[in-house]
Design a protein around this ligand. Structure first.
Ligand SMILES: [Zn+2]
Length: 174
């Protein structure tokens, strides 16, 4: 659990609009969180929504920040679920990697996930982890490796997702 960092909370502007009938929405505009509320809404309700939207934004920011604890927890859960808990590694951490999504040093058991992968959906991040975890047993992309990797049921979908983000992904995966 991370303590909310109030210093990083953007200022809020409440914008009342006649065009919006029932729904409240929010957007970040030049570093200001604009909360769009229907003009009929009471000021107490507007305040309540402003806080709610701020809270949601903070959660989103916290979630997309590279967290090694989150990575370690997910790797261990995937190890248990898809590898019978038999894998062991020395480290699994986020790192600055501009030209690949992830890497695994087979000889030392060090797994690195690119910082930019922190903003991927959980199920895609899990695929990156499964791919690198499978490398702990098979360094090459051979048949046995792919059999291990495909124990993760969303492997194909995740590959497609990454491919859409980055056509080079096949070459970028370590
Ligand atoms: Zn690989």
């Amino acid at each position: 659990m991370q303590t909310p960092n109030h210093a990083s909370t953007p200022p809020i502007r409440i914008v009342a609009t006649r065009r919006r009938r029932r729904t409240v929405s929010a957007r970040l505009r030049s570093g200001v969180l604009e909360v769009l509320v229907p003009s009929w809404m009471s000021s107490a309700e507007r305040e309540r929504w402003a806080h709610e939207m701020q809270h949601r934004l903070q959660r989103k920011i916290a979630r997309s920040r590279p967290s090694d604890e989150r990575l370690a927890g997910r790797a261990q859960a995937l190890n248990v679920k898809h590898f019978g808990g038999r894998l062991s590694w020395r480290s699994v951490r986020f790192a600055e990697m501009s030209n690949r999504w992830a890497s695994c040093t087979f000889t030392t058991g060090d797994i690195r996930i690119a910082n930019r992968a922190a903003t991927l959906p959980d199920w895609v991040l899990d695929y990156l982890l499964v791919h690198e975890l499978a490398h702990l047993e098979h360094s090459a992309h051979d048949r046995l490796f792919h059999e291990l990797e495909e124990r993760y049921p969303l492997t194909e979908r995740a590959r497609g997702y990454l491919m859409a983000l980055d056509h080079q992904h096949a070459e970028l995966m370590g």
